[in-house]
Every structure is written in C-alpha cells, then in structure tokens.
Design a protein. Sequence first.
Length: 290
Amino acid sequence: MGIIFKVGDVVIRSIHSRDKFWRQACEKKLHGMADKFTVEAVSSSGRLVSLKGLEGNWATHRFTKVCIQVRTSTQVGDTVIRNRDSLDRTWERECKKYGKDVNQQFKVTSISESGLLMEVEGLSGNWYPSKFTKVEEKPTVNYQIKAGDTVTRTSGKYSIGWVDSCRANGFVKDALFTVQESDTHNLLLKELNGLWDTDDFTVVQKRRESIPMPQADMVNHPKHYQVFPDLEAIEIIARSMTEEMFRGYCLGNALKYRLRAGKKDDVKQDLAKAETYARIFEENKKYCHK
C-alpha cells in the first residue's frame, strides 16, 4: 500500500525529488525547497495532494510526513517577531516584497489545524511558529503623545520607509525626535517630513509643562525690600527712628504713592501701597527707639 496522507498533515519534499519543477513552484511563492507544507486536500485515490501555499497537485510518494510532537502555544491575535537566527533569505524576500522590516512585529491571523503553521498580517505564505517569538503585550498606557514630547521609534517597528527617511536626513533609526503636532492616530516630527502612526513611537520625555511661578506681593511685601528671608527694609527703617519720626515717614510715603499713582507703576498698585502704610506703621512702630 502506498503512502497515505490526510488533510492537516505536515510534509516535506524528499531530497531526491527536489527537481526543477519543485524549485520553480517554491520560488514562485517565495518558499524554500526544504520548507514544510500542510496538506490541504487529498485525491480520492490518495496518490495526489495539494499543499497550502503552493499551486498544483503533487504525488504523495515524493513527500515524507513530518512528525512533530510539540504544538505551538501561539494563538490567533498574538503579536510575534521573527527570531534572529531565522532571518533567512526567504524571510527577507517576503518582507521586502510587502515593504516590511525583517525585525518588525506581526499579528498572527490564522493557525493550521495541526498548529504547526501560521499566517501573519501583512505577509503571504505559511510560517513556522517555532521560528518566531511571542511579544508580550505591554499594559496600555493612557497617555496621548503631545506636541513638544520627545519620542523614539518603538523597537521592532523599524519599517523600510522609516529607515530610509532617517538615513536621508542623517539620523539613525532609533534616534530621538521632537513631536511638532499630534492627534490620536498620527503625528508630525520637527526633524523628519511625513505623517507617522503614533502607535509606532514611544515617549522618552514628556513636554515640560510650564509651572506658574509664585507672584511677588508688590504691595505688602515687595521682594526688592527683602534684606534677609526674615527681615525687611521697613523694620530697619523703624529701628532708626522714633515713633513720631516713623509716623511722618509713613504719612509721607502714603502721600507720595497717591501723587504718583499711574505715573510709574499701575494706578491700583500705587493706591494700594498708599493705603497699606497705616498698617505698616502699626506693625512696625514697636521697633522704634524712644
């Protein structure tokens, strides 16, 4: 009895049967001649099979069934990235064909019944999950990138377009950039032309929000009259006068601010200063000498 395959089996072309017809069929779909394939259909006689990802029908006796005991834990919807030791020419050609970067992340869109092959978003063909690493999703950070933020391209999302744009402007692919404008989905960078997807960037430093400085009290405690943290000029003046002299000094200053109101500083500020000298006298007369 000949070899019997069933739908879902994983097979590999026997070494002595890897002829020019097999090579042409594989190259047309960007597969390697030694790649494994999933049986998609079997003829009623059992002598022919069609393989997922390849055109035509193939004689079963030219294939060997692959016995793999471990199923992948990868699931549809997972994010994966190609292992470094699996960045072969087949993978490079496929990524280049669809404008993808060999190191970027992909979403798993389907998995074969055997669990030994999968398809990823944005690429054609079937791929072995064992040649990929699952990327653990980071907790969603409820922060929207804003103008002024410093960002860098997220590792694994270095598309060919991004790399080319960086090179053309003298930047490395993981350089830091300043956000010029942004919304929920897209952003503009000051250093590069083009509209970029906000999901492809990581915030390195948030824009520094301007912190309002405490306003000096120009009426009751002007900063320029602060001799020491706990000593104002008015106290020193009071200590140099008798109470009568200090009273005249305060009355004179109150009159001065009324007469000059609006000519040097704000009218309201000058009038407020004039009014405050009654309080200044009462608070500081204790320092006057007899």
